[in-house]
Design a binder for this molecule. Structure first.
Ligand SMILES: [Zn+2]
Length: 135
């Protein structure tokens, strides 16, 4: 069993993109949901939906591992409704992340200092109109 599962996890891990960003956004949504919606461990359905959406967007991000922070990104891949919701969460959870998860927050801040000009989309064709249907 162990022999079979390890390679699968290994492959899955190497294909996984933007793991730090995914963790950061997940924590931010959890923090927001806990404080604003009174949840404890699980997210409320609305925040769970937003979290899934954000995770999918990170997996499909055309910048791959070279992505700038979403704040600095010129590609607006979120629908306007989701963008408003995530902005609200970042405004609330961003400063609090420094207290709750200083390591993740610092990584995110350092990345945010990088010039967005240095990041180029790797594959234009991977950003198809299909992605815009993820609403
Ligand atoms: Zn919530």
């Amino acid at each position: 069993m162990i022999i079979i599962t390890i390679p699968i996890f290994y492959i899955g891990d190497s294909l996984e993109m933007n793991t730090t960003e995914k963790k950061t956004i997940g924590k931010m949504i959890h923090l927001y949901c806990k404080d604003k919606h009174g949840t404890s461990h699980a997210l409320c359905s609305s925040c769970a939906e937003l979290n899934n959406y954000a995770q999918r967007k990170l997996t499909k991000c055309i910048f791959g591992e070279d992505k700038p922070t979403c704040q600095n990104c010129k590609v607006h891949c979120y629908s306007s409704e989701m963008r408003e919701r995530i902005k609200e969460i970042m405004k609330y959870s961003g400063p609090r992340m420094l207290l709750h998860n200083p390591i993740l927050a610092t990584k995110h801040l350092i990345k945010g200092l990088r010039s967005p000009k240095k990041a180029y989309p790797r594959k234009h064709d991977s950003y198809s109109s299909k992605d815009n249907n993820l609403k």
